[in-house]
Design a protein around this ligand. Structure first.
Ligand code: FAD
Length: 478
């Protein structure tokens, strides 16, 4: 090993949102170069903003898992912190590296950063290779007949399926000839201080989640074996923990590739179209982000720029804390706080409630999700918030306002989800669990609920809030 350090120029493999060793084209290329591979992770802002608290929790565990996987193959994971634009060229000099490999990212800030690093390295005569590794297809690959990107999901996905050109998933390297010396400034994962301490709000994350590639593959295997057949019927049922795959944080951190999911799902056959088309929504979100770098901060449809938001801080706070008085909404926000994840149907209902019932700008909700979701993703989060707001591409129209209690009655008919996350309502009968304000006094008394004391009264009245939202929408169109 020492001999390598002294004599052979390493290839640097810069890990980012691709924390795995299997189906990793950049890692495979670095290994196949024949040079020793210096495996590197740099802690820095992501997508132009500070990482959210829940993402940090996930990252800590994911790095530990990657470190162990690399160690078993023969390589050390070197961790640095700071600006990659400075760190990478200086590390290249320090270890006399001959090439740097990474998997592409597609948000505007990362693209700019990568371009800048690539150009510095090229000027210094160093090979800089960016590889595809996070999507089934690059966001510029699939185009309409008029040579533009797709702005509507269904034709986009049909065009993707028609191509039928997803390459095979690459196996993990059998071993890695790791460049395992010491580098300046390297730090242990614990020193990144990614875990919450005072208070440790992540106590409820350990139970549902096993960050890392092994956890991702176990989850995929179990989902495909036991649940994918029921996905179409069960995916909207909020209380069913197995109704959806739960793969989103694993995908967000690149612990499993969409290509692996694609091929493993095809192997089981059967009723998998709906599941794979959701993976397609992730791809489509990246198409939108790539072509609209400000998707997370600016309305895709400019017509929404004139919308008069109320932006009440008190209402935003009540929503964040799951205290709106609408049980299905509150259950979702409390699930999010407790586990770092929320069911997709409930994400739609809670987002619609914030935007349309409480008249809070979708960007405030996007920020909250960014901070609290373990799967916080610059493409899916931005595209989905804009979808709900009606300001996005192929969006749900603004006048589609989810009814927060009938949605609960439809997608949580027994109130099981509400009872799990809003325990103060656990004694309520099914008939009133989604609308406790309609329950007669004796029913409330029997359930041990005093509205306004044990559980809030509705923060806004549904019908009036709906009318107000529609009125403001009409006004903003002039
Ligand atoms: P499954 O139903 O098992 O789907 C499989 C995979 O497909 C998911 O893991 C995910 O990667 C992808 N996927 C599913 N639905 C969508 C979708 N609507 N848009 C894009 N990709 C999808 N997803 C994120 O990964 N990160 C986010 O930050 C995020 N923010 C969201 C914000 C709002 C307001 C809404 C309405 C949705 C958001 N989603 C986000 C999309 C979706 O809710 C989650 O991907 C899904 O709930 C993850 O659960 P799952 O892995 O069990 O999904």
């Amino acid at each position: 090993m020492r001999k390598h350090i002294m004599t052979q120029s390493p290839n640097i493999l810069w890990f980012r949102r691709d924390l795995r060793v299997a189906d990793h084209p950049a890692l495979t290329a670095a290994v196949e170069s024949g040079a020793p591979v210096l495996c590197l992770y740099i802690d820095h802002d992501f997508a132009g903003r500070a990482r959210g608290g829940a993402s940090k929790w996930w990252l800590h565990h994911s790095l530990k898992s990657l470190k162990a996987d690399l160690k078993s193959l023969g390589a050390k994971l070197h961790i640095l912190r700071g600006n990659p634009d400075v760190i990478i060229p200086s590390l290249v000099q320090e270890v006399a590296a001959s090439a740097v490999h990474w998997s592409r990212r597609y948000d505007g800030d990362s693209i700019e950063l990568d371009k800048s690093i690539k150009s510095t390295l090229k000027d210094d005569g160093i090979d800089a290779h960016s590889h595809s590794g996070s999507l089934l297809r690059e966001p510029w690959e699939v185009k309409t007949g008029s040579d533009t990107y797709y702005k509507v999901f269904t034709p986009y996905w049909k065009a993707c399926l028609k191509r039928d050109d997803i390459g095979p998933a690459l196996p993990a390297p059998k071993s890695i000839d790791g460049w395992n010396g010491n580098i300046k400034g390297a730090m242990p994962i614990d020193d990144l201080e990614l875990l919450p301490t005072d208070p440790d709000w992540a106590g409820g994350f350990d139970d549902p989640w096993t960050p890392g590639s092994a956890g991702a593959h176990k989850r995929l295997k179990s989902f495909l074996k036991n649940h994918v057949d029921d996905y179409k019927e069960q995916r909207n049922m909020a209380a069913n923990e197995h109704g959806t795959s739960g793969l989103s944080p694993h995908l967000a951190f690149g612990e499993i590739s969409p290509r692996e999911i694609w091929h493993e799902t095809h192997k089981v056959g059967g009723n998998t179209y709906t599941f794979l088309s959701e993976v397609g929504w992730r791809e489509f979100s990246y198409v939108l982000l790539y072509h609209n770098p400000k998707l997370g901060s600016e309305n895709y449809k400019e017509a929404f720029d004139d919308f008069k938001w109320q932006n009440s801080k008190a209402k935003l706070r009540a929503w964040q804390h799951g205290k709106t008085g609408y049980p299905f909404v509150d259950a979702g926000l409390r699930q999010l706080w407790a586990t770092g994840w929320m069911h997709n149907r409930v994400r739609m209902v809670t987002a619609s409630f914030l935007i349309k019932h409480l008249l809070v700008d979708w960007r405030k909700g996007e920020e909250w999700f960014w901070d609290t979701l373990v799967d916080a993703d610059p493409a899916s989060n931005a595209a989905s918030w804009q979808w709900v707001a009606g300001s996005g591409a192929d969006a749900s129209p603004y006048f589609r306002i989810f009814n927060p209690f009938t949605q609960g009655e439809k997608f949580d008919p027994d109130g099981e989800y509400v009872k799990r996350w809003v325990p103060e309502l656990s004694g309520m009968p099914k008939k009133y669990i989604h609308r406790p304000w309609e329950a007669p006094d004796e029913v409330l008394a029997k359930a041990g609920v005093k509205l306004g004391k044990d559980y809030p009264k509705p923060i806004v009245e549904h019908k009036a809030a709906r009318e107000e939202a529609l009125g403001r929408y009409k006004d903003s169109r002039g």
